[in-house]
Design a binder for this molecule. Structure first.
Ligand code: GUN
Length: 308
């Protein structure tokens, strides 16, 4: 639709909830068909240590979604004082349990447990979070197997709204292991010219205003004012913050950003459901994946992600 002179354009909303629901329906159908063919359902183990209230909500959503699609959910709720050794023993037992195809240990972990050690104790074939160095290394080498959930969620959303990142300038703000870095690898894989900004970046605005695709995952309310955003950019706000009234708020100033962007993901109803849907998709893939060193099979496993 052409804008009338003087009228302010507002962005289309990227409906993460709807896109997630489409993926969930496909997964549900696929599992039902497999069960009909005598193939047992995928199993997902979700482990939480301690009682971080935000983590408890995320874990609950993951477990509910798991049961909804017909997967088997293995729940492990461990006390705050669980030792690193005990947690590693649990992960090892899940690695050896043939009914468990995916293992997720909710982060953050209590300070006395090394997240690196725990992530590295997960068998990469069951690494449905996509955080194991093997998984990230495969993505970096352009032979992905399982894919980190939030970043593949962004790619799925781009595909869903018909935006091809090839040759576009994508700017990511935030260089975390969980979101910024894997997203940079995904966007590179799809042919975007990719810039990663972080807390030491000087003149952030000068990068943000070049972005045809902008993804922000910092965790600071309003770090990106709307007037920094390039006209018609596609904007993903991956920040989850609470304002002084307890309301969930993103990193991008939504009100002003939507006057600049062509597409924008809303703060809530965007990435929560999307990340869960991608986790279930990874679990379904993990239940059928073959981590062979055979090159042809590697290709099959990465295609599988795209075509499932
Ligand atoms: N904490 C915040 N996001 C995530 C996630 O995607 N996976 C895990 N394991 N922990 C998280």
């Amino acid at each position: 639709v052409l804008p009338f002179l003087g009228q302010i354009m507002t962005a289309n909303i990227i409906d993460g909830k709807k896109i997630a629901q489409e993926t969930i329906s496909e997964i549900k159908k696929s599992i039902a068909k497999n069960i009909n063919d005598g193939i047992s359902p995928p199993g997902l183990a979700v482990v939480i240590v301690g009682d971080n209230p935000a983590s408890a909500i995320y874990v609950r959503n993951k477990r509910i979604a798991c049961e909804e699609v017909g997967m088997k959910s293995f729940n492990h709720d461990l006390p705050e004082d669980t030792s690193e050794k005990e947690l590693i023993e649990l992960v090892k037992s899940l690695n050896n349990n043939s009914e468990v195809h995916g293992i997720l240990v909710q982060l953050p972990l209590p300070d006395h447990i090394s997240e690196t050690k725990i992530i590295e104790s997960i068998d990469p074939i069951k690494d449905v979070d996509g955080f194991h160095p093997y998984t990230i290394g495969r993505l970096m080498q352009r032979i992905p197997v399982l894919r980190p959930c939030t970043s593949i969620g962004v790619i799925t959303m781009l595909d869903s709204i018909g935006i091809d990142p090839m040759g576009k300038h994508a700017v990511i703000v935030g260089a975390s292991n969980l979101v910024g870095r894997p997203l940079a690898l995904e966007l590179l894989l799809r042919g975007a010219t990719t810039t990663v900004c972080h807390k030491f970046t000087k003149n952030l605005e000068s990068f943000v205003n070049q972005a045809e695709i902008l993804a922000v995952a910092v965790g600071k309310i309003g770090i990106i004012p709307g007037n920094w955003i390039k006209k018609d950019a596609v904007v993903f706000d991956i920040g989850i913050n609470r304002d002084e009234n307890g309301k969930v708020t993103g990193d991008v100033d939504f009100k002003t950003a939507k006057e600049q962007a062509s597409w924008i993901s809303p703060v809530s109803g965007g990435f929560g459901p999307m990340t869960v849907a991608m986790l279930l998709k990874n679990t379904l893939i993990a239940s059928s994946i073959n981590m062979s060193n055979n090159k042809k099979e590697r290709k099959i496993s990465s295609d599988k992600w795209i075509n499932i």
